[in-house]
Write a protein that binds this ligand. Structure first.
Ligand SMILES: Nc1ncnc2c1ncn2[C@@H]1O[C@H](COP(=O)(O)OP(=O)(O)O)[C@@H](O)[C@H]1O
Ligand SMILES: [Mg+2]
Length: 249
């Protein structure tokens, strides 16, 4: 099993810009950070400060995962892979989307060799050009060339991604592993704040078809409750280094 397999030569030398500082928001009390108190769900209430609160929570959780050292990251990645490899949804999947980890995200790359050996196709998200905050899914192949997108995240080059034969429609994927900034046990997710996955998989809100959406994160990114926004796409499963949660409808 190799965690380096998806990185093109020279990728590690690419420089990443630090995300720009976001404006100050008041201290957060509404979303207590908790990895143990799993049952303390709070009632969902509309809150004029919800957007600010979500931003502040994002910052706290992103910092938390960035602080994990290399050994903790490596161990978490292997634990996650071990749990995911047991899942029927992934074992029978022919087309699987995953991502290259960034900023302390849990690393799904130990799955790549295993998936290839099972004959599955692997796809990576690419920021769609000309359309607001949506994703393409582009097949990871031996000749895939990576570039940095506007967030300084590595993705298949736009030239290759534009070729239709390298892409798959989101509804044709069997399983999507999506990185979480935060999650709760009810299946609510907090992403980076662009709504990319929400927009791309909005069709899942009306018909519960493919793909199976699996949010992945470090266990320390769990919070007791997240308010669901009307546009948020729910997760089918959440997998962390510690456990796999099946989300009931
Ligand atoms: N299907 C959609 N159509 C239009 N806008 C959307 C859709 N899904 C999400 N958005 C917008 O994307 C923005 C970010 O969504 P949010 O859920 O806060 O981010 P994230 O899911 O990355 O944590 C919100 O302002 C929301 O209005
Ligand atoms: Mg969302």
């Amino acid at each position: 099993m190799s965690v380096r397999c998806a990185l093109p030569a020279g990728h590690s030398r690419l420089r990443r810009r630090r995300p720009r500082a976001t404006r100050y928001t008041p201290p957060l009390q509404r979303f207590p950070l908790s990895t143990t108190n799993a049952t303390a769900a709070e009632p969902l209430q509309p809150d004029p400060h919800a957007v600010d609160a979500r931003q502040q929570l994002r910052r706290q959780l992103r910092r938390r995962r960035r602080e994990l050292d290399v050994r903790a990251q490596r161990r978490a990645a292997l634990m996650l892979a071990r749990r995911l490899m047991r899942l029927a949804e992934l074992r029978r999947a022919r087309r699987v989307a995953l991502y290259l980890p960034e900023g302390g995200e849990i690393d799904p790359r130990p799955l790549i060799d295993w998936l290839h050996q099972r004959g599955a196709e692997i796809y990576l998200p690419v920021l769609r050009p000309l359309v607001e905050n949506r994703l393409w899914f582009v097949r990871l192949m031996a000749d895939t060339q990576m570039t940095l997108n506007r967030f300084q995240i590595a993705e298949p080059s736009l030239r290759q991604s534009a070729a239709r034969h390298r892409r798959v429609r989101p509804e044709m994927l069997d399983v999507v592993l999506m990185p979480l900034v935060g999650f709760d046990r009810q299946g609510h997710r907090l992403g980076m704040g662009g709504g990319f996955y929400d927009r791309t998989f909005a069709f899942k809100r009306y018909r519960s078809t493919r793909p199976v959406l699996i949010g992945v994160a470090h266990a320390c990114q769990q919070v007791s409750a997240l308010p669901a926004q009307p546009w948020d796409v729910g997760l089918d499963l959440i997998a962390s280094d510690r456990e796999v949660l099946r989300v009931d409808d």
